[in-house]
Ligand binder design. Structure first.
Ligand code: SAM
Length: 330
């Protein structure tokens, strides 16, 4: 079972994203369709015990960092108990979560206590009305309280993820940078390019264009590799005036497939080796057939060997990503 998880292109995998549910309490316009989305029945989702077993197998193959995502991970009941199990798994050095922060006021403390290291929080607008529209019902005040609770619980550095869509919220670039500039020690702000799944519903501004716009207003100092927090795909700058770290995640315009070290376990047990491709069979079915950990490990290794080299989607064209984001978890 041991030995690094290397694919056919020599990429070694140390990072696993686990989607714990496809459900979400928000319905962000660029993530979920307004209607016609059916949630997976509960029995099709991996149980916490099954996730715990799979994480143990992945950890025996070199996975060191796990991120819980969704859907919205905090709506799965007793999510802190899953954090506790994963954090205690030998080989796992870091457990993080991506959340919309809607329930963090209540959960930040218990999650930190269970062993969660930090959170990434999605926030695309600082205007309550627009936030409600973009999330189809979200509550900005609650999210800001949730962010504060995460900071108090020490779930830092908090990375705020924003997707700026052309003609919708692109005008909030400066407001977001100014607002989070108040907490440069505990917070970083990242702009993620919109990835078209199935249909190309929206247009987003490329990272290069956002950087150009930002540089007309603030001083941007490129960070050296050793200043970066985490080993993620974001390219980071420091805002000279406030010290805030601003990152740009550019899956389309400056894609990072060549160094991709991540795997994605779906809520129903499918292992997605590439964010853009729906390609692999279900680990849940193997688990439920009673497969041993050694057999699971062999299946995982075979799936990783079949990982595609990358995607061919661009900001304004190319082949869209397969699937629905809420089933994958970002
Ligand atoms: N519910 C959690 C949240 O809101 O952070 C976790 C799941 S959500 C799918 C994870 C991240 O994916 C969010 O930061 C969201 O902005 C991002 N996302 C969703 N759809 C996207 C898309 N089409 N392109 C780029 N980012 C997307």
């Amino acid at each position: 079972m041991t030995g690094p998880l290397v694919d056919a292109f020599g990429r070694e995998h140390t990072y696993l994203r686990v989607s714990v549910t496809d459900r979400c309490n928000y319905r962000c316009v660029y993530c979920l369709p307004a209607e016609g989305m059916s949630w997976k029945p509960r029995e099709e989702l991996l149980s916490f015990e099954e996730i715990g077993t799979l994480v143990q197998v992945f950890a025996s193959m070199g996975i060191e960092r796990v991120r819980l995502t969704g859907g919205e991970p905090t709506i799965r009941s007793d999510i802190a108990s899953l954090v506790r199990v994963i954090a205690a798994t030998p080989g796992i050095r870091d457990v993080a979560m991506t959340t919309n922060a809607h329930t963090l006021q209540r959960l930040a403390g218990p999650l930190a206590e269970a062993g969660l290291s930090r959170v990434n929080i999605s926030l695309d607008s600082l205007r309550a009305d627009r936030f409600r529209k973009l999330t189809r019902g979200g509550d900005l005040a609650r999210v800001l309280t949730g962010i504060e609770a995460a900071r108090e619980a020490g779930l830092t550095p908090i990375k705020i993820n924003a997707v700026l869509l052309t003609g919708q919220n692109e005008d909030e670039l400066f407001d977001l940078v100014d607002f989070f500039g108040r907490w440069p020690e505990s917070t970083a702000l990242r702009f993620i390019e919109y990835m078209p799944f199935q249909a190309r519903w929206h247009k987003s501004v490329s990272s290069a264009e956002l950087r150009r716009r930002l540089a007309t207003r603030v001083g941007l100092v490129a960070q050296r590799a050793e200043e970066k927090t985490g080993a993620g795909p974001s390219r980071t700058w420091t805002v000279a005036e406030t010290g805030l770290t601003v990152g740009f995640i550019s899956p389309l315009s400056e894609h990072f497939c060549a160094t991709c070290n991540r795997l994605r376990l779906g809520a129903d047990g499918h292992l997605r080796t590439c964010l853009a491709h729906e390609d692999t069979p279900s680990l849940r079915d193997l688990l439920r057939e009673g497969a041993s950990e050694a057999r699971l490990a062999r299946a995982i290794r075979a799936m990783v060997l079949g990982k595609p080299e990358g995607h061919d989607c661009q900001v304004d064209g190319g082949v869209p990503f397969e699937g629905v984001m809420t089933r994958i978890g970002g």
